[in-house]
Design a binder for this molecule. Sequence first.
Ligand SMILES: [Zn+2]
Ligand SMILES: [Zn+2]
Length: 273
Amino acid sequence: MNLKHCFITITLFIALHTTVSAQVFTNSDLTITKLEDKLWVVETTDKTTMYIIEGSEKALLIDTGTKCEKLDEIVRNITKKPLLVVLTHIHSDHAGNLDAFADIYYHAADTLLLSMLKPYKGNTHFVKDGDIFDLGDEKIEVKHMPAHTPGSIVLIDRAAGNCFSGDAFGSGQVWLQLWPFSTMETYIQSCKKMEQLMDEGISKIYCGHYPYVKKALDIQYIRNMRILAEAIQNGTVKDPKVFPTRIPGIGGPNPMIATDNGIAIVYEPSKIK
Ligand SMILES: [Zn+2]
Ligand SMILES: [Zn+2]
């Protein structure tokens, strides 16, 4: 083996080893991958997403995915620290395994949506803008970002520069066509609030359907979203199209989709003002 071959072999080994060691768990429902120190992404086979953050005292599970057998035990394989469970918002693809957990945290404005799911028998706790989940060396801050749902929140890790956004800004495409419908102004204000946080040092947005993007979203993504939302609001949006999918139970009757700069907003035209 000459030097060049040796180099290629070593490079391949490192690449392979890095990929394999990053993925820490997999079964027929989901795959868990280590993203950063003390941070894991849980991707379900139907493309929903959870995140696990481990602090020195406690751990935080962000969202509970769709149907995943023994999710609590699986999370226990990743961290043994006392676990807090927070929902970015109440939709069935983010709150599908609540029964596995005795306590959940969410924003009170999504209580109506919770009542539409299978009854949850555990203890519910409300969070509000500015609340902190104290995990010991990790402090995770709640920011209210309504529009996708009235109670949508994001979780901010200022030390790591991370934001966990659920569906508040979508995963390439944000859905605003869902009951009980927010105004486009509400979404624009949430985008501005997120831009402000990014000006203050948040650089990575880990979205609620990570398998679609496979990376953290950046400030340009949020800017593009705000600019497109403003165009929809003031009637200058170019070439909106009929959105072909109706969402049973909570979707508006005539959804449209507007696209620009690689991002998209789905909205119900009669409900944006
Ligand atoms: Zn959602
Ligand atoms: Zn979702």
